[in-house]
Design a binder for this molecule. Sequence first.
Ligand SMILES: NC(=O)c1ccc[n+]([C@@H]2O[C@H](COP(=O)([O-])OP(=O)(O)OC[C@H]3O[C@@H](n4cnc5c(N)ncnc54)[C@H](O)[C@@H]3O)[C@@H](O)[C@H]2O)c1
Length: 327
Amino acid sequence: MVGVGAFGRNHARVYRQLEEAGIVRLVGVVDADTTRANTVAREFECKAFGSVGQMLTTHSEVQAASVAVPTVLHLEVARDLIEAGVDVLIEKPLAATLGEADELIRLALTHQRVAQVGHLERFNPAVRATLPLISQPMFFEVHRLSVFSPRALDVDVVLDLMIHDLDIVLTFVKSQVKEIRAVGLPILSRKVDIANVRVEFETGCVANFTASRVSTERVRKLRFFQPRQYISIDYGRQDVLVFSVGDAWGTQPIFIQPSVNPQISMAKPPVTAEEPLLAEIKAFLQAVEERSKPVVPLEDGRRALALGLAILQEIARHAGRVGVGKN
Ligand SMILES: NC(=O)c1ccc[n+]([C@@H]2O[C@H](COP(=O)([O-])OP(=O)(O)OC[C@H]3O[C@@H](n4cnc5c(N)ncnc54)[C@H](O)[C@@H]3O)[C@@H](O)[C@H]2O)c1
């Protein structure tokens, strides 16, 4: 596990859990901050290293690694691993620029490594339960609000938080982006801390995204409409609510509750709660073992990054036009 700061420690915890289940052997944790590496290594009973190079010289048997160093260092750290023949799970956003993302894709291909990007919400059981229900999404309303913490300030809120929802909507809609309108402001950091974005797709679908890391409450919701259906996902509670008019259900085998209006039925598809990070790492290890394409390949990380960067350009354009803030 490379980079055991705020989020990387969670990866180490999950690898330790999988080690206890006999699925994997956690060789060690790497962090440039060796005090941090030692603390986390003690907690999860593994070795501590100060760099990827140090780990690889003593442990050439390492087959797979997660990378959760700051985004601007993803390429540098993942390159060392990939070139040494290690499969990688790289945290989101895949990289800070499209050039870096392309280089990561090229490296993985050249060295034939399994490479996955950490778009965690793909493994949220509520999202997984929604996938088979998608018909023709036409309108999304997405909110991801969190309280301020002085972390991940090397990137704007669009690449830090909104990128989760960009990836999910791109996965649901499966269409090219036609137009972007966006507004965003730095509030407590020097980067954009709050943003509101309207994305129109070639299919005519419109998605509104709001992301904030300076909120007083924590909200993670995605709601969308498709013909005669309204579907609401609460990522945090891991539940899905589906409202359908008439026979929009077709033959979907889902428990339907009668509602006040007989024309409208409300359903709660069964969702088996699971920690998304555990599901993500298990999927990564399965791809490593089977030498198969991961559920969320680097190309998907690049796709979300491209949209995120285009949104940031729009935010900068808007700020320049109205004469406020600075990206
Ligand atoms: N999937 C998610 O929901 C999610 C949530 C939070 C963060 N993240 C991502 O995880 C990554 C890390 O974020 P964080 O909040 O944990 O940051 P952080 O700053 O808390 O941790 C980063 C750690 O990397 C270490 N580090 C820096 N350079 C290193 C190097 N060359 N080699 C080894 N270690 C090095 C630092 O010492 C630090 O301990 C970011 O890409 C972020 O976007 C993902």
